[in-house]
Design a protein around this ligand. Sequence first.
Ligand SMILES: Cc1ncc(COP(=O)(O)O)c(C=O)c1O
Length: 390
Amino acid sequence: MYSERLRGIKSSAIRDILKLMSRPGMISFAGGLPAPELFPVSELAACADAVLKKYGSTALQYSVTEGITPLREKIAAMLDPDRARLTAENVIITQGSQQALDLLAKVFIDPGSRVLTENPTYLGALQTFQLFQAKVTAIESDSNGLDPALLKKHLAQDKPRLVYVMPNFQNPTGLSYPLERRKVLAKLAREHDVVLIEDDPYGALRFEGERLPTIFSLAESRNVVYLSSFSKTIAPGLRIAYAAGDPELLKKLVIAKQGTDLQTNTFGQYIVNEYLESGFYQKHIDLVSRSYRERRDGMLVALERYFPASASWVKPAGGMFFWVRLPAGADASALLTQCIEHNVAFVPGVEFYPDGSGRNTMRLNFTNATQAEIEDGMRRIGDVLKANGL
Ligand SMILES: Cc1ncc(COP(=O)(O)O)c(C=O)c1O
């Protein structure tokens, strides 16, 4: 009854874990959810009001598939402040970055096509690539991102259609690529004429250090498609995100989007456009980043206080996650079952590894819990780890 492409595709483990989270007293470090108390509710209400007054029924009508032009222009200006390279033609609006991944998969993947990813990688991307029957090869990373020698080897050997990377505060590891590694990837994408997807929903949530150029800006070629989203910087329920790239390539995504949903919701695009115009956006990013840095610091203290000495982690300089490595042989999935009995949850790292490795790793989100919940939840997990002799 069901299509070939659905065979063997599992429901997302994270979405399944999230279903348990409504239990009373449950503390969840599982989802990649922003802090709801920071959503700019009254500013968005003011923007919605202003939009209806300014644009009236236009803001409620069908619109073009690419997205509304003023929003595309603002995004081009954000990505390229001196406007040397980019115009609205280089940007399309998508229904979340997840849709951009889906459209890229539709445009570039045939059954059996190769896709190269980091190992571990973002679960939602894996699910999309698998739905289009890609063969995913996950390439080992060092602490600076994808290993260039291995990438080069796989580019030559596998002739992939897509390479998928997250150079800022990667989901799940929290790691970022230094400038040199970004340059190497830009060069390799051009030399091998492969499309590299640079997925960057977390780059604006930086707690310390300098913001680095995107691979997209370094590549100056049609081989890089840059994705980002207002999900983590305004609110995910808006479902407003974008893809930036070569206009010819974007035209193909637009054809795919026509068949998917005609367009991203007009009203939401106008609201985000108004929000950017009002000057709220940068102030809000500063506020959110400050709050998330405090929560990151709170989780770091709790890790040091409650987790056994056998566990290790790297302090992330931004984003939403700690990535914890337990001793070889530890099974984070079995530990999760016990943790859920103690009303606390995380995501077992194995879910993010296309090759099924990483059973001894775990991802902990610090943005959707209060300091008190972080303290309490981390103590509970620490007790479970110690009770298991770790
Ligand atoms: C790396 C990455 N890409 C894309 C997405 C999808 O985000 P959205 O569709 O809300 O823009 C997420 C969400 O967590 C993510 O972590």
